[in-house]
Design a protein around this ligand. Structure first.
Ligand code: PAF
Length: 306
């Protein structure tokens, strides 16, 4: 009886230790050289790295990328870095929501192994002067309205790839133009990395998940639904035989304008690979939207199929 008691108490100790270790398994790395050494060590032991770059303030959309990431590597690394070079001077870099403790808990819940969370001055030191810039894809959609945004994205993603050394990297289709640009950049610069796109994750009422949704007031949140409604309207009109891009765009724009607080940056119909505008929708076509709802700029998109 006494022996049994000792065994059980040992078992409890063991279980507690196991639970504690499982809980602190996630590793947070802040130094670039430490991340590079850890990536090299993993690769030397034959472990494939899957990577999800993020700017933090994680939501279900990010977690879907991480769940997908688990399928593409033995070790899942995410980065949390609000990248200053992709924000314009009048944009929300300072206000961008940040909460590392919350992000660590969420990342843990989907089995992330390592969070790389560098400081901005380590990524861009005082003498920093090298940028990755694509020539044509950034001329479309958000590019002209957010000058240098995609230069900032392509540069930081290149740097993160060099630091984290992944074999696969996962990006959301919500930032559709970003995904097309990264795929092109990876091809152009011969990165040996598979780029995996993950479909948009939506709230039950259709609003595409975004860290910026937290800026919306209750009334604005209702108006934000206009983006999804416009995409649905376009798909419906297409199914009814409407093929003219101008007509489809004008109908979608009217739908958005019928909601208060909205101001359209663009409603576009374009080729899903080149992002060039189309006149008629004859095959799978990207409808992309950028709309201000109050002081928050939201984007959304769908591939429309006739
Ligand atoms: O999509 C994002 O969150 C960012 O643009 C990225 C890819 C992490 C680069 O900063």
């Amino acid at each position: 009886m006494w022996t049994n008691y000792v065994d059980i108490s040992k078992l409890i100790d063991y279980c507690q230790k196991f639970i504690l270790e499982a809980h602190i398994q996630i590793q947070i790395i802040k130094a670039i050289d430490q991340m590079q050494q850890e990536a090299k060590r993993l690769l030397q032991t034959g472990k494939a790295i899957a990577f999800v770059p993020t700017m933090g303030y994680l939501h279900e959309g990010h977690l879907a990328l991480m769940r997908e990431g688990r399928k593409h590597g033995d070790t899942l690394i995410i980065s949390i870095f609000v990248n200053p070079t992709q924000f314009g001077p009048a944009e929300d870099f300072q206000a961008y929501p940040r909460d590392l403790d919350r992000d660590v808990r969420l990342a843990e819940s989907v089995g992330v192994d390592i969070i790389f969370a560098p400081e901005a001055d380590a990524i861009y030191d005082k003498a920093y002067q090298t940028y990755v810039d694509l020539e044509i894809l950034p001329l479309h959609l958000c590019g002209p309205l957010r000058p240098r945004h995609f230069r900032g994205v392509a540069t930081v993603v290149t740097k993160l790839f060099n630091i984290v050394k992944p074999q696969a990297a996962i990006f959301g289709e919500k930032d559709y133009q970003q995904l097309v640009i990264i795929r092109r950049m990876v091809r152009d610069l011969n990165f040996d990395i598979r780029i995996i796109g993950v479909p948009i994750v939506r709230e039950p009422d259709g609003l595409a998940m975004s860290s910026r949704n937290t800026y919306l007031s209750e009334d604005e949140r209702r108006s934000a639904l206009s983006l999804f409604q416009a995409l649905q309207q376009a798909q419906k009109s297409l199914a009814q035989g409407m093929r003219d891009a101008r007509q489809l765009i004008s109908e979608a724009s009217e739908m958005i304008r019928s909601y208060p607080y909205t101001k359209i940056d663009y409603v576009a119909l374009c080729d899903p690979e080149t992002l060039e505008d189309v006149d008629r929708v004859e095959g799978p076509t990207l409808m992309a939207l950028a709309v201000w709802v109050g002081k928050t700029r939201l984007i959304d998109n769908a591939i429309l199929k006739p």
